[in-house]
Design a binder for this molecule. Structure first.
Ligand SMILES: Nc1ncnc2c1ncn2[C@@H]1O[C@H](COP(=O)(O)OP(=O)(O)OP(=O)(O)O)[C@@H](O)[C@H]1O
Ligand SMILES: [Mg+2]
Length: 337
């Protein structure tokens, strides 16, 4: 780790917690038959816990369908939680409603994966960016224009872009509009859900670097969601690995890559190309497919694909537990540690 990274880490561990998520669950009911009776649940998020310190980037990673977006949306209260707690700046926001929820929501915003689908094509850029502010104040477009122009410039667009429409921009520029919109209310927490996966590889790093610069400037805390481990590695201070609605490992960026503890994390990290040929890791290929979240395996949900599975893994649900300083894993291999 470089000295600067080392210092940032020390700095962050001393910072206070901004967000705490305890045993969060989000189930979607499944209905079937003539009477549309409830026949089960899709367990999109089935018990995740995490803590975000002020100013850090927490990367949430896992295969498609493991529940990353659902976790992000539930944490931001865009959808209600089935169970568990979401605590933001010490306040339990899990069950806030009405005016209290509306007020609290100013502090947390989302940047979406597809900047085209998330921007109303009929609105000009200036009005798209001032819309969140106008939801909370009685100010007019005209009053807000100087502020919006500043914001456009800050995300790498031009003042004149105020009068343009989303279709006049490239994907990368559209994502910059999405970022300006997310920052308009000066939030404390930003959930960025695969913010660059819809973009050309050549412009991905520009948008990622912009997010990094803005983090320092606006004192932001990020929950950064991605399925691409190398993107998460580039962005995150700490990383949480999800599998089938569960958090299986949480640790420092460095620890997750150098010493992955969970067999699933070991498989994920073995797939990252290693620049140093002397340091070649063997690639672990997982057998089988991800099981359905409507009917997850008993015990440890990963046991059906785990190369290290033991008999007890079919029965006992492993809990996330700290087995190294600041490094937690939910796996029965570490039961005695
Ligand atoms: N509104 C919904 N109603 C029913 N099921 C849903 C809903 N939203 C998501 N799901 C299901 O929940 C599970 C988790 O989905 P989610 O979109 O959170 O995963 P993800 O990790 O973000 O995947 P991706 O990498 O593809 O974006 C999936 O099985 C999905 O089909
Ligand atoms: Mg998603």
């Amino acid at each position: 780790m470089s000295q600067a990274a080392e210092e940032k880490k020390k700095d962050l561990t001393q910072k206070e917690t901004l967000l705490e998520v305890n045993n969060l669950k989000k189930y979607y009911p499944v209905h079937a038959g003539f009477f549309r009776r409830k026949v089960g649940d899709i367990k999109a998020v089935d018990d995740i816990s995490l803590k975000l310190r002020k100013g850090e980037t927490f990367g949430l990673v896992g295969e498609s369908g493991c529940g990353k977006s659902t976790a992000g949306r539930t944490i931001l209260r865009l959808t209600s939680a089935t169970d568990g707690q979401i605590i933001f700046e010490g306040e339990n926001i899990t069950n806030l409603r009405g005016a209290a929820l509306r007020k609290a929501r100013q502090d947390y915003q989302m940047v979406f994966q597809d900047p085209y689908a998330s921007l109303n094509p009929k609105m000009m850029v200036g009005h798209l960016v001032d819309e969140p502010i106008r939801n909370y104040s009685h100010k007019s477009h005209k009053q807000l224009k100087p502020e919006v122009e500043q914001l456009l410039k800050r995300v790498g667009l031009r003042e004149e872009d105020y009068y343009k429409y989303p279709h006049e921009f490239s994907g990368g520029q559209r994502q910059r509009i999405g970022i300006a919109r997310a920052l308009a209310l000066n939030p404390k927490l930003v959930v960025a859900d695969e913010p660059v996966s819809a973009l050309d590889v050549s412009i991905q790093s520009q948008v990622l670097n912009l997010l990094k610069e803005l983090q320092d400037e606006f004192d932001l805390t990020y929950l950064f969601i991605a399925h691409d481990l190398s993107v998460v590695k580039h962005m995150s201070d700490r990383i949480g690995v999800m599998y089938l609605g569960n958090m299986v490992e949480v640790g420092d960026n460095d620890a997750i890559y150098r010493e992955p503890l969970h067999p699933y994390t070991q498989a994920l990290t073995s797939a990252i190309p290693e620049p140093d040929p002397l340091n070649k890791k063997e690639r672990i290929i997982l057998k089988g497919d991800v099981p359905s979240p409507q009917n997850p395996p008993s015990g440890c949900v990963f046991h059906t694909r785990c190369p290290m599975a033991m008999d007890k893994c079919k029965e006992i649900v492993p809990q996330l537990k700290e087995v190294r300083p600041d490094h937690q894993v939910a796996c029965l291999l570490y039961d005695d540690e």
